[in-house]
Design a protein around this ligand. Structure first.
Ligand code: FAD
Length: 321
């Protein structure tokens, strides 16, 4: 294993790579929670990003890739290793395609597609974070998800830069090939769209934005939904019998329903609060800690398991635990 100072020197020698010591990760998570990363690197071009990933891996130190930090729970003790963020933000249009770097804000991609009359991401308005994070977790909302737009994805393991087809990304609900291959970093994607009417796309996007702004006020320190929804077909028969059919959409039941039945709405530990209007929304109401956040998440899971006999699965990702 390379000593931290040695890899620190290697990283500092990579052109166009910003390297910071003991960077508080609370600054980089929407929860506003998380201790310091021993070394934090920010790459804005592909070459420096690939070189940084290679150095990180060879160092043998723990390392993790992050994007916009909107789906992360970072430990109060931080991360005793190297954090790499790729924040290249270029986007190019060619006909019905947009090619975007993984550090582009998803919202910028959505807004651009809408303004160009490209149809297929207009209901994904209001999902925060970077394109890379969205590809990793196959983000989606209101009937659209990134998987339907992906033509190809460029990613690196610190050695090679490879192109993945849509099929090779193995997208599933809030899942992709990259979730089970964390050694890879997504660099960019080419997205393909249908043709739409700008006015119609803007209207759809605006309506969803209004709904979302009420549910998730822009300043709310949260990660959106904490738990994944559940496929109705996979639920035990006794649970299926209890679920109101009107709740089943695209074959899924909102985990909020199970959480609500289990009585977690409004639960609070320290400054961590389960929303009183949405049981799958947990937020930091002030000076919340990761310890309290994890306590609340565990208690939610326990109550659902006690009441229904199965475990909810987190959509949110953990760093430093
Ligand atoms: C208010 C609010 C509302 C939300 N609503 C939705 C919603 O409607 N639908 C939805 O799907 N999600 C939603 N989310 C969750 C979140 O915004 C998405 O999951 C988002 O796509 C995460 O992107 P990020 O860049 O912030 O990723 P991060 O939180 O930084 O990282 C998430 C995971 O992605 C990995 N990752 C990030 N970038 C890369 C990369 N370049 N290469 C490889 N791995 C990478 C990280 O290692 C980590 O495991 C919401 C979150 C908030 C705060």
């Amino acid at each position: 294993m390379t000593e931290a100072p040695a890899v620190r020197q290697q990283l500092a020698a990579i052109p166009d790579l910003r390297v910071v010591d003991d960077e508080p990760l609370a600054r980089h998570t929407r929860f506003g929670i998380g201790g310091a990363a021993k070394i934090f690197c920010d790459a804005t071009d592909v070459g420096s990003c690939v070189a940084a990933l290679k150095a990180m891996k060879e160092s043998g130190l723990p390392h993790v890739v992050i994007g916009g930090g909107t789906n992360l729970i970072v430990a109060d003790s931080g991360f005793a290793g190297i954090v790499l963020r790729y924040s290249g933000k270029k986007i190019n249009q060619a006909g019905l395609r947009l090619s975007a770097e993984a550090g582009a804000y998803l919202q910028v991609v959505v807004d651009l597609s809408v303004s160009l009359g490209l149809s297929g991401m207009q209901t994904m308005t209001g999902i925060p974070g970077y394109l890379g994070g969205a590809l990793y977790g196959n983000a989606g909302a209101y009937g659209q998800s990134i998987q339907e737009r992906v033509e190809s994805v460029l990613a690196t393991d610190g050695e090679d830069v490879l192109s993945f087809t849509n099929a090779e990304c193995e997208f599933q609900y809030r899942d992709s090939w990259f979730k089970s291959h964390k050694e890879w970093l997504i660099l960019s994607a080419t997205l393909q769209f249908g043709m739409g009417e700008v006015v119609e796309l803007q209207k759809a996007s605006r309506e969803i934005r209004e709904i979302r702004n009420k549910k998730y006020p822009p300043t709310m320190k949260c990660a959106g939904s904490i738990f994944k929804n559940l496929f109705f077909a996979n639920l035990p028969p006794h649970v299926q019998a209890e679920v109101p059919q009107k709740l089943v959409r695209e074959g899924k039941v909102p985990s909020a329903w199970f959480l609500e039945q289990a009585g977690v709405m409004g639960m609070r530990v320290g400054d961590i609060q389960v929303a009183t209007y949405h049981a799958n929304l947990i937020y930091n109401d002030g000076a919340g800690t990761a310890a309290d956040l994890v306590t609340v998440v565990k208690e939610c899971k326990k109550r659902v398991a006690d009441r229904f006999g199965f475990e909810l699965e987190e959509e949110v990702q953990y760093v430093g635990f």
